[in-house]
Design a protein around this ligand. Structure first.
Ligand SMILES: *Cc1c(COP(=O)(O)O)cnc(C)c1O
Ligand code: SF4
Length: 350
């Protein structure tokens, strides 16, 4: 379960919030996200869609207004809209789709810490996200009991000291950038204080859905970090990156942050050669390199986004033919028992 995010009240460490075209700080935009289906359908002039939707009790509709602005009015097949619409199909039970597809609940030595891959540790900073992606593999994850408290941050610190093979920290969630700068910087300081840590990575979708999140305070802090800072964004379609978004990403780039992207292969959203090449070229044009293209994790409620493996492989061969090597993301899937993201076998099903 992912929490519904309360309005962010703590602005103490933020200077004057950066103002966007709509005149709203990122905190306001986060608090003002659309969670009412009628309002969303009304804005997009798609009220007729209502009959194919439902109102989830948990992990409900949640989408920032700026992201909605990137959707096409009147287009029920809009690739951005598809990612957030709670469809009736979510309620259909499909064999093989489960609530914890990665068996993460068992790689969890301390609350908030996942240590599945030898040299990297993943810390779930928060359960909150600015947007609720319907295919999210962590939508049923028990975050409530998985956010580290102060005490547990101390335990995580000691755990890392006892594991000298760890040299990289990945802040994830939820979305690690949905917390205040004050809280985030507090945590970054803990990790920066460990000499063995060379790299800090942020897995975040926030700069795509609310670009103003890349505010001055955050970028100034990150640009002076002792560690290499890598931001792995999550963008599935070229339309998610407009000029406004690109301007903020360029600030991040200037702050010395390495920008990568991970996408999920989603039926009807980005499962064509055109969608994938446009995405790679758009990312590159704003300074982001494609990193991973994930095969959908078999999480219950997301079966309608899945495509057969052989189709994914076929598409990938086409991408290899069409794109320069540095714009082809690695096609991977996450298997519960593997100590890395597993490359999809391109020959087996050709
Ligand atoms: C994806 C992931 C990582 C990072 O993997 P990379 O291949 O280094 O990007 C680390 N830990 C967990 C639990 C992950 O799911
Ligand atoms: S931003 Fe990531 S973690 Fe949050 S709902 Fe979307 S896929 Fe899940």
């Amino acid at each position: 379960m992912i929490n519904h995010l309360p309005a962010q009240k703590n602005l103490s460490n933020t200077r004057l919030p950066v103002i966007n075209q709509t005149g709203q700080s990122w905190q306001r935009q986060l608090a003002d996200s659309i969670d009412d289906i009628d309002e969303l359908l009304d804005i997009l002039q798609l009220s007729a869609l209502k009959a194919s939707l439902y109102l989830p009790k948990q992990f409900g509709l949640r989408v920032p207004r700026g992201f909605v602005n990137k959707m096409r009015i009147g287009d029920a097949h809009d690739p951005l809209l598809q990612q957030v619409l709670p469809r009736m199909q979510e309620q259909v039970t499909v064999t093989g789709y489960v609530t914890d597809p990665l068996a993460e609940n068992s790689a969890n030595p301390i609350q908030g810490l996942l240590h599945k891959y030898r040299s990297r540790i993943l810390v779930t900073v928060t359960g909150a996200c600015a947007i609720h992606c319907r295919y999210c593999f962590r939508q049923h994850f028990d975050y409530q009991s998985n956010i580290p408290s102060k005490q547990q941050m101390a335990e995580i610190h000691d755990y890392i000291l006892a594991h000298p093979e760890v040299n990289e920290i990945i802040l994830s969630g939820g979305d690690p950038l949905s917390v205040s700068n004050r809280r985030l910087i507090e945590q970054l300081k803990v990790f920066e204080s460990l000499p063995q840590i060379t790299t800090i990575r942020l897995h975040t979708r926030l700069p795509i859905v609310i670009p103003e999140r890349l505010d001055e305070v955050l970028l100034a802090y990150l640009s002076h970090s002792r560690c290499k800072i890598v931001m792995v964004l999550h963008t599935n379609h070229a339309n998610e990156v407009d000029t406004h978004t690109a301007n903020y990403l360029s600030e991040a780039k200037q702050a010395g942050i390495i920008l990568l992207n991970q996408a999920v292969l989603l039926k009807g959203i980005n499962d064509t050669l055109q969608a994938q090449t446009e995405l790679s070229h758009k990312l590159f044009s704003v300074g982001i390199l494609p990193y991973y293209l994930h095969i959908l994790d078999k999480v219950s409620g997301a079966a309608h986004f899945d495509i057969p493996k052989y189709q994914a492989v076929k598409l990938y061969w086409q991408m290899l033919e069409e794109l320069p090597g540095y714009l082809v993301p690695k096609l991977v899937q996450e298997l519960p028992d593997q100590p890395f993201k597993t490359p999809v076998d391109l020959y087996q099903s050709r």
